[in-house]
Ligand binder design. Structure first.
Ligand SMILES: *Cc1c(COP(=O)(O)O)cnc(C)c1O
Length: 233
């Protein structure tokens, strides 16, 4: 995709974000746009940066690391949004600013131990599988509070909130229900555990309006900015 097209599509996505925030009486500035650059080359990330984009999301470490290397001259904020594997936590802890799909205490302990001392705490969201889909990562809503309480005690980490994804092809009503459930779960965890979670990572290209109306503070947008991805080889 040409670089000017990336800039144009980014501007369209920002307009969508602003319009849906206004429609739901929210401040657009309270919602961070994360450009999901998985499978896209470093030049497209650079083009998005030149068009004003700062936060980028990646799912696959082996792809992300060389890309981050190639863009090391830019002040980018990197979000690891993929599934975490134990043998990858060292690089995740060293290279990223945020992790969105935490689903186990074991991974949290490793990230905490492996976060380099000279870096600020690693920001984390716990992924919650609201719909109960078997193929989805994340903890069940019942387990989220217990995991949050444990993670909040670990050093070098800063537990910020919750993340979820509705099943592919779910109806608008179903999306609303799932996003609202995540918002309520965050409020419940804050009240019951005395935590101060401030983030809801929810909303992708196809459902960002719904997520924003239900309180998303971070939307993770790939296709609407960079175009359709090639199937993963
Ligand atoms: C790929 C991906 C996205 C972006 O999805 P689009 O539909 O392309 O916007 C967001 N979140 C996660 C976890 C992803 O894997």
């Amino acid at each position: 995709m040409s670089n000017s097209l990336v800039g144009q599509r980014l501007a369209q996505v920002r307009e969508r974000l602003t319009a849906s925030a206004r429609r739901c009486e929210r401040d657009p500035a309270s919602i961070t746009l994360i450009a999901v650059s998985k499978t896209r080359p470093a030049e497209e990330v650079r083009a998005a940066f030149e068009a004003g984009q700062h936060a980028f999301g990646e799912n696959y470490l082996q792809e992300a690391l060389p890309k981050m290397e190639a863009l090391a001259d830019l002040p980018l904020e990197w979000h690891y949004i993929g599934r975490i594997q134990s043998n990858k936590t060292r690089d995740i802890a060293a290279r990223f600013h945020w992790v969105h799909a935490l689903a186990s205490l074991k991974h949290a302990r490793r990230l905490s131990q492996q976060r380099p001392g000279e870096l600020p705490p690693l920001n984390l969201c716990i992924q919650v599988n609201i719909s109960g889909e078997a193929s989805k990562g994340g903890v069940s809503p019942d387990q989220a509070g217990e995991l949050a309480a444990e993670v909040a005690r670990l050093p070098n980490l800063r537990l910020r909130g919750l993340m979820t994804m509705p099943p592919a092809g779910s109806s608008k009503g179903e999306q609303h229900r799932i996003f609202a459930a995540l918002r309520q779960l965050k409020e419940q965890i804050n009240t019951e555990l005395g935590l101060a979670l401030d983030s809801l990572s929810m909303g992708m290209s196809g459902d960002m309006e719904t997520a924003i109306c239900e309180g998303a503070t971070m939307v993770r947008i790939g296709t609407a900015i960079f175009g359709p991805r090639e199937p993963k080889q």
